[in-house]
Design a protein around this ligand. Structure first.
Ligand SMILES: [Zn+2]
Ligand SMILES: [Zn+2]
Length: 241
């Protein structure tokens, strides 16, 4: 098959690679139908990757169709359209089962396409370990493009906003308005934020945040403006009580 493989700084090639194979009864093979390029892939491309390995396939954001499953896989079957969360866990430990896959107690593979340890998804097909956990059927009514955003970027934004304990009426600051920061702004509003201060030095990014209702600020003005609005408390809501 063909895959995008990393060979060194600014050297990612569309190259031949061995077809993926089941390595355990819990694995599945997925034929990729769409994938996206993450900022983390750009770190690798620019030579600031996550390992010294070369020759591995990059990418960790993909949707596709299940083409093969191991005998122990029960939740997905051949022909299912699935999305793959970028973070890969064993699916059996307490951390995985409570949704904190990054803390997998069995030190499962971590993430696709950061090293040779688990090949990436920017390939015609790839192996999904513990597929009952790491391949999720795309619900009806969700497009492939929408599902793709759920594999990393949107989910990361949502998780970050959730960790901030945003509640109806909250005042929220989002620092950095790349794609994930912008989606965090939207997530904060969905969670009921009263006001979102969106902070970034790049005018185009601030404009996008402003278009969805945030108060967009340059870093040089942000501190003073937020202190003023919130009377030094950090929250408009609490400053009223
Ligand atoms: Zn990513
Ligand atoms: Zn685990």
């Amino acid at each position: 098959m063909k895959a995008l493989r990393y060979f060194g700084e600014r050297d990612i090639r569309h190259d031949d690679m061995a077809d993926p194979k089941l390595e355990s009864d819990r694995d599945a093979i997925v034929q990729m139908t769409a994938c996206s390029i993450c900022g983390s892939d750009l770190h690798i491309y620019h030579g600031h990757g996550f390992s010294e390995d070369t020759g591995f396939c990059v990418g960790h954001e993909a949707v596709g169709e299940v083409v093969e499953v191991g005998r122990a896989v029960t939740r997905v079957k051949v022909g299912d359209k699935v999305m793959m969360p970028a973070a890969v866990g064993c699916g059996a430990c307490r951390s995985c089962l409570s949704g904190v896959v990054n803390n997998c107690e069995n030190n499962a593979s971590g993430c696709y396409g950061l090293s040779a340890r688990l090949q990436g998804v920017q390939a015609e097909a790839f192996r999904v370990p513990a597929a009952d956990m790491n391949a999720v059927k795309i619900p009806d009514g969700i497009s492939e493009d929408q599902a793709l955003m759920m594999t990393d970027a949107m989910a990361t934004a949502w998780f970050g906003a959730r960790n901030a304990d945003i509640r109806p009426g909250s005042s929220v600051g989002v620092i950095g308005l790349g794609p994930i920061g912008l989606m965090t702004v939207e997530a904060a509003f969905v969670m009921g934020a009263h006001v979102v201060y969106a902070i970034d030095p790049i005018p185009e990014r601030r404009a996008l945040a402003g278009a969805v209702g945030a108060i967009a600020l340059h870093p040089d003005e942000a501190m003073e403006r937020i202190k003023e609005d919130t009377r030094g408390v950090g929250s408009i809501a609490s400053s009223r009580w």
